[in-house]
Design a protein around this ligand. Structure first.
Ligand code: NDP
Length: 330
């Protein structure tokens, strides 16, 4: 077995030296536990937060110990009746090839209903984040103009397409390369998109949304959030999902500088965590799975092979190498 441990807590951008890949004995399950051979593991932006010592909504990773994260695997050994060898389960002990999982912490998934990787992305945590953020938090209405940042990523690509499917009049996305901009418009059906590295976000957004925006799905924070406030219509609703532009920063962000506009425009800015919206999961799956199956909601993945490449996959994801969900296949 092999696992990835946190070797040190990074300051600013993490590097490969902050991780240690270690070979270990294959663990044995105790009573109430399963031995799972992981097949796909997830690398996610929130993990950058867990590399810090500061207490947050999730426990920090411990230096010298295996990291945690979403994973899909096959049950190899089971000590409980509810799970049999060969069952496919979703669980929270990623970053390793083999995991001993408490049966209560494992969720069986149907391997015939969708590709396994979908359970970590479009039909999993990131898809539910997009669904909850757009519908519950931002209260999307037909006819809205919607702006999504981080639009070519796992959450953003679902949020933008879902907005369109739910009757948004105009959906605008931002992303970090011209190829991603092409992908948003040509493959995912965004009405407009821009590369935030090509010029000031406020100017590019104003051009893409001449009539302003009613909903902002924020994955990025900073200059993007300032631009969204500046281009917001009266009573616009913001789902504040993440602020990835600040995750590796060593200084507080310079933007947004225009928070005063929140008053006059009567904006609603609401932060949320997907974990508070798990009650939507069944409705989400019932609605989204058919859209994925018939191709009306497209999902892309960037797949890296092998546990030893998991740290680099994570680092590359933070730097924007992924289109859609970044995954490590074992
Ligand atoms: P993504 O698949 O979107 O991958 C991260 C992307 O962020 C990269 O591909 C990169 O794309 C972009 N990025 C990196 N640095 C910057 C920057 N400085 N400015 C703008 N974009 C940047 O990840 P996820 O879809 O998993 O997560 C997206 C966001 O959603 C994150 O902020 C994450 O923390 C948040 N999140 C929140 C949850 C919640 O419960 N609130 C749950 C899940 C995710 P590019 O090439 O475009 O720069």
């Amino acid at each position: 077995a092999t696992e990835v441990r946190l070797a040190s807590r990074p300051e600013g951008w993490p590097t490969a030296a902050d991780f240690e890949v270690v070979d270990t004995e294959v663990p044995s399950p105790g009573p109430g536990q399963l031995l799972v051979r992981n097949l796909e593991i997830s690398v996610d932006p929130y993990m950058r937060g867990r590399m810090k010592a500061a207490k947050s909504y999730v426990e920090p990773y411990k230096v010298g110990e295996a990291m945690l994260g979403g994973a899909i695997g096959e049950v190899v050994e089971s000590t409980v009746d509810e799970f049999r060898p060969g069952d496919i389960v979703l669980h929270g002990l990623g970053w390793r090839t083999h995991a001993v999982v408490d049966a209560r912490q494992a969720t069986k998934v149907d391997p015939d209903a969708a590709p396994l990787s979908a359970y970590l992305g479009v039909l999993g945590m990131t898809g539910l984040t997009a669904y909850a953020g757009l519908l519950d938090v931002a209260q999307l209405k037909e006819g809205d103009t919607v702006f999504v940042s981080g639009a070519a990523g796992a959450v953003g690509s679902v949020a933008g397409q879902l907005a369109k499917l739910k009757g948004a009049e105009r959906v605008i996305g931002s992303a970090g390369s011209d190829e991603k901009v092409r992908h948003l418009i040509e493959d995912l059906g965004f009405d407009a998109a821009f590369n935030y590295k090509n010029g000031p976000v406020a100017d590019q957004l104003a051009e893409a949304a001449p009539d302003g925006i009613d909903v902002y799905f924020d994955n990025v924070g900073g200059e993007h959030l300032e631009a969204a406030i500046g281009n917001a219509n009266l009573h616009a609703r913001f789902a504040i999902c993440g602020m990835i532009s600040a995750y590796n920063a060593t200084e507080p962000p310079a933007a947004p500088r225009n928070l005063g506009m929140i008053v006059g425009k009567r904006l609603t800015l609401r932060g949320f965590l997907v974990g508070d919206h798990l009650h939507l999961r069944e409705r989400f799956l019932a609605e989204i799975a058919p859209l994925v199956r018939d191709g009306r909601l497209r999902h892309h993945e960037t797949v890296v092979e092998g546990i030893r490449n998991a740290p680099q996959a994570f680092l590359d994801m933070l730097a924007g190498a992924n289109t859609g969900k970044m995954l490590v296949r074992l």
